[in-house]
Ligand binder design. Sequence first.
Ligand code: SF4
Ligand code: SF4
Length: 198
Amino acid sequence: MKSIIRKRTYQAIYRLLDRVSPLPGDCGLLCGAACCSEPADLTGDEKLTGEYGSETEMGIYLLPGEEKLFTRKENWLHWTVEDAEDFDFPDSWHGKIYFVRCSCAPHCPREMRPLQCRFFPLAPHFTADGRLVLIRSDLELPYVCPLIRDRMELTPSFIKATYTVWTHLIRDPLIFDLVVYDSSFREDGDADVVYPYF
Ligand code: SF4
Ligand code: SF4
């Protein structure tokens, strides 16, 4: 799919997010890196669960254009290329979409983690009056993330960097549509807003 986000912009986003993490320490120590051992359906259940690979396999989908950062020969990633129309994506999404599964989890090259991995457990949401907020992910997951279960306080640097990144990403019409689409399944009152509060 054609993205207006350039490779160098994605690279800058990766560098920005390299400097932050949800907790001051390694949150994987809380849960045995649950979201790595069960490679996460990080942003949409029907997008992946049961439709990607086998019924038990799940993976991370790349945002439009994010694949430009990879050679597809990385030995720590298993790639699948699918048609967006076959999955639970906005109507404006046509053509190829790239799914990856981490084959050496959790020992991946951290500077190359896909965006959907870096954002977790936050997700973007548009409020009914069109404002972008970050919420705790409300996906049904095959594991328990303590950051969500215990509503743990996340580092301000992680929250702010993630929000900044999403303000840039939604300039891409396809990504904007994705956030609109995912938000349409939530009532504002159900969204556990983390940032910003208005
Ligand atoms: S994001 Fe949640 S599930 Fe993943 S490693 Fe951190 S605490 Fe565990
Ligand atoms: S990219 Fe790395 S941190 Fe993210 S799910 Fe895969 S193995 Fe875990």
